[in-house]
Design a protein around this ligand. Structure first.
Ligand code: PMP
Length: 373
């Protein structure tokens, strides 16, 4: 067993060696700028096109629907601001959920300051949005619905197909789905969704690259102004090596999805069973959450304190998502439990097919030493 027990795979995954090798190979092989009109440029451009076609094939979309970004944060910003600015003549009303990542929440707060109106739909005790409340909040001037397919704190999945169906009666409203914790982990169909964000560093790809899938016909005001890249929606020299690494990470994740999920489900079952033996433990992730994420609270101890105690013993877990503000109760846990103290005590364990039973047994052993009786 390693000295460090890493149980924070929702924040970042280690890069797969095959992804890294492919990144290295393509970095060495293609030195031209794909936009240059000479032989090396044309070679890089042809490879970039081929890579985009392969990514599109894996996601079952067309290559023109792929926008390369630097991260899911950028994808979320591009999608939401892009729609808000481009379609503002149709209205300024936006609907979202309390389970969104900070890269969605912060964009919504920013847009509120610019005069957009944001409504947050209610969720039930399992974290799923209330379809009734959603229907009630929808208006003729609603231009965006932004919903996370799987939230990063609890692992709750949302009824995206149902939301899509409801929105078919609202032609001026676009659906954006943050699928950063879904794609590469669970089966997720992007087809027919206006905008979908994802990030390969969540499935053993590299950091510094992300994708935004934009359905044909949807227009966006770009965040970055500059020359045309692979699309007009995101300027910057196309990063051949990062696109290639994204393709490899996605290919491996999708090829091994079921097998990896099965392994993670077994680990999750073991953890749940063991953790529930402790009287002071409350498991916040509903049983229906994806198995990769297990959020819990230890009564009477702040999540940040427990996380630090685990850290001192060489165990890495997270309080809220890595990108959120410290010291505040988890909004996601608050939304499903309505209990501020429980939310302040919460932290997240996240698992991978790389996690071993030995690591979890060690974790439970240390947990038992730290958890009050
Ligand atoms: N959305 C969700 C649901 C996430 O979990 C994350 C990463 N924690 C992001 C967006 C942002 O991803 P990135 O780190 O690629 O910007």
């Amino acid at each position: 067993m390693n000295d460090i027990v890493y149980l924070d795979y929702t924040a970042n995954t280690p890069v797969d060696i095959q992804v890294l090798d492919y990144f290295y190979e393509t970095s060495k092989k293609f030195s031209g700028n794909p936009n240059s009109h000479h032989q090396l440029g044309r070679e890089a451009s042809a490879f970039m096109d081929e890579t985009t076609m392969k990514i599109a094939g894996l996601l079952n979309v067309s290559p023109a629907e792929i926008i390369y970004t630097s991260s899911a944060t950028e994808s979320n910003n591009t999608a939401i601001k892009g729609i808000a600015y481009e379609y503002k003549e149709y209205g300024k009303h936006i609907i979202s959920t309390p389970l969104e990542h900070s890269s969605v929440k912060s964009v919504l707060s920013f847009l509120q300051k610019e005069g957009y109106e944001v409504d947050i739909v209610k969720v039930d005790s399992n974290g799923q949005i209330s379809v009734e409340d959603f229907k009630k909040k929808l208006r003729d001037d609603t231009i965006i619905v932004s919903v996370t397919a799987v939230d990063s704190e609890l692992g709750v999945t949302q009824p995206v197909a149902k939301i899509k169906e409801i929105l078919s009666d609202y032609p001026n409203c676009h659906l954006h789905v943050d699928a950063t914790q879904a794609i590469g982990k669970i089966g997720f169909d992007v087809n027919g969704i206006d905008l979908v964000s994802l990030s390969p560093h969540k499935f053993y790809g590299l950091n510094g690259c992300g994708l935004l899938i934009k359905k044909k016909g949807v227009r966006l005001e770009p965040l970055l102004h500059g020359g045309t890249s692979t699309t007009k929606y995101r300027s910057g020299t196309p990063a051949v090596n990062l696109a290639a690494s994204t393709y490899m990470a996605l290919k491996l994740a999708l090829e091994n999805l079921d097998e990896r999920n099965l392994a993670v489900s077994k680990l999750n079952n073991y953890l749940r069973t063991e953790l529930l033996k402790f009287e002071k433990v409350n498991i916040n992730s509903p049983q229906s959450a994806i198995p990769h994420i297990l959020n819990l609270s230890v009564e009477g101890i702040k999540g940040t304190v427990f996380q630090r105690m685990l850290d001192e013993k060489g165990i890495c877990v997270s309080v809220k998502s890595a990108c959120s503000t410290d010291g505040m109760p988890s909004e996601a846990v608050m939304a499903i439990s309505g209990d501020r103290r429980n939310a302040l005590s919460s932290f997240r364990i996240s698992l991978s097919h790389l996690t071993t039973m030995e690591e979890l047994k060690f974790f439970i052993d240390i947990f038992g030493q730290l958890c009050p009786i």
